[in-house]
Design a protein around this ligand. Structure first.
Ligand code: SF4
Length: 467
């Protein structure tokens, strides 16, 4: 007999619904009634059985029970100097419990601190996808195909109704009527009919985010920020008033030695540089999927599809997971020295969102308060050649993907005298890697990668390229 769960893909904050069938192995079935995706899934969604490979609780390489792992974690956390990291890839209820454990140091990854407080709401909750389909002019600061693939259907629908699409990107995107280089963004013409689609994540450059907000503000245009984790929106709404740190602040504090233990809830520690992780005494990962081989302690709770709880997608739509599991809450309770009751947390979540029931077919009304004018002057990128990392679900989840190549244009291939079917050397800060390449309509002096190679310094990495 098989168990079937109606669930949400954790790959990004788009909130695609699907069924997961457990039948010895894990299979996926399409859920046509899902309002975000009408049953369709991208390549990452189709690869979910790989993400949900079973994971076991461990202490220093030895298999233990979840309870023992959580007790040992509590002991090591109580020594102090602990940071608590969660990007928002779990339920709102678990995130509320997590905030009660993480009072000393909460890291949600994104750099809210560097942004004006009155923009938090705009950054946290996007707009309904129906508004994207109805827009007259859409400006993309993302590569929709790679980063948030299910939005492509909404963009095509808008285009069919006559929308013009402008991309501000390093590569000509087939869906766009025109592409403007990011360095030439001042040429972008916006009006109050324009809708800007950008994204907001732990690697976002605060100046770039401010620039997008300022462009929208000055033109009276709308703006929406897509996000990478299933419950990023829920995490930001729930932690807006909490004292939280960014990914950059966490890296600094670990490097300085003020943080010695890192507790990650459904978040991959390898998002931090390897040399930073090496400075930690303890890495504790609580997760339902195999996201880290670096942890000293793994607290293996149920996978997301077996959990009970609420996720908020990018539109602000509250979606109920179809499971009944609360192992994750129980483990957090051991660390807090208290029992977390699901129902009480669920009531607090509904209150924070302003809803009385979780109904995936209704997008609640959110305030979109006007934010003040923003001074934005993004720094020009000085390096001659840049590696552009196109952050996508496979990268965020460290899941194997076959995109083991970089994209560059024909001018670059010719100037380096690269051979068809050959490789390219990429050097950065003393590291050197050799990669296959594909020719694509990429701008000069840029190479694009949708895979993490380990030499990156953020979205843009200065590199030297040679044959
Ligand atoms: S990764 Fe995002 S776009 Fe792809 S199926 Fe999952 S939720 Fe949908």
């Amino acid at each position: 007999m098989s168990n079937v769960y109606s669930t949400i893909c954790p790959g990004c904050n788009f909130g695609c619904g699907l069924y997961i069938r457990e039948n010895g192995a894990i299979d996926i079935d399409f859920r046509k009634s899902s309002p975000a995706n009408a049953g369709k899934l991208c390549r990452f969604g189709m690869n979910l059985p790989k993400l949900y490979a079973p994971v076991k609780s461990m202490i220093d390489g030895k298999e233990v029970t979840l309870e023992d792992a959580a007790k040992e974690a509590a002991k090591r956390i109580s020594a102090g100097s602990t940071a608590f990291l969660s990007f928002g890839n779990t339920t709102c209820e678990e995130l509320l419990a997590f905030q009660k454990v993480a009072t000393s140091y909460l890291c949600t990854g994104v750099n809210f601190d560097a942004l004006p407080k009155d923009t938090y709401q705009t950054l946290s909750v996007g707009i309904p996808y129906s508004e994207i389909e109805a827009a007259k002019h859409i400006v993309l600061f993302i590569d929709p195909y790679e980063q948030y693939p299910l939005i492509v259907r909404r963009l095509l629908s808008a285009k069919k109704k006559g929308a013009k699409i402008t991309a501000v990107w390093w590569k000509a995107l087939p869906i766009a009527n025109e592409t403007i280089k990011p360095a030439d963004v001042s040429k972008l013409q916006l009006s109050k009919d324009s809708l800007i689609i950008s994204d907001f994540h732990p690697m976002s450059d605060a100046d770039q985010v401010k620039n997008v907000l300022a462009l929208a503000k000055n033109a009276g245009a709308r703006v929406t920020f897509l996000k990478p984790f299933a419950n990023s929106t829920g995490a930001y709404i729930l932690s807006k008033d909490a004292k939280q740190k960014s990914h950059g602040a966490l890296v600094d504090d670990i490097n300085k030695g003020t943080i010695k233990t890192l507790f990650c809830l459904e978040s991959d520690p390898s998002i931090l540089p390897a040399e930073t992780l090496a400075k930690l005494t303890n890495i504790i990962v609580q997760s339902g999927s195999a996201i880290s081989d670096k942890a000293n302690i793994i607290i293996a709770h149920e996978p997301l599809y077996k959990k009970k709880g609420t996720l908020i997608n990018n539109e602000g739509r509250a979606q109920a997971l179809g499971g009944a599991g609360t192992n994750g809450l129980d483990a957090l309770g051991i660390m807090a020295g208290a029992k977390f009751e699901f129902n009480a947390l669920h009531e607090s979540v509904k209150k924070a969102i302003g809803i009385s029931t979780v109904d995936e077919f209704t997008v609640p009304k959110y305030d979109r308060p006007a934010y003040s004018a923003i001074q934005a002057a993004p720094k020009p990128f000085e390096a001659k050649t840049a590696l552009v990392s196109v952050y996508n679900p496979f990268m965020w989840f460290n899941l194997a993907d076959d995109n083991d190549f970089v994209e560059l244009n024909l001018n670059t291939v010719r100037s380096l005298k690269l051979l068809k079917g050959g490789t390219l050397k990429i050097k950065s800060n003393g590291s050197s890697i050799e990669k296959k390449f594909k020719v694509a309509p990429v701008q000069d002096n840029v190479i694009i990668s949708a895979k993490k190679f380990g030499i990156e310094k953020g979205m843009l990495t200065p590199v030297e390229i040679l044959r």
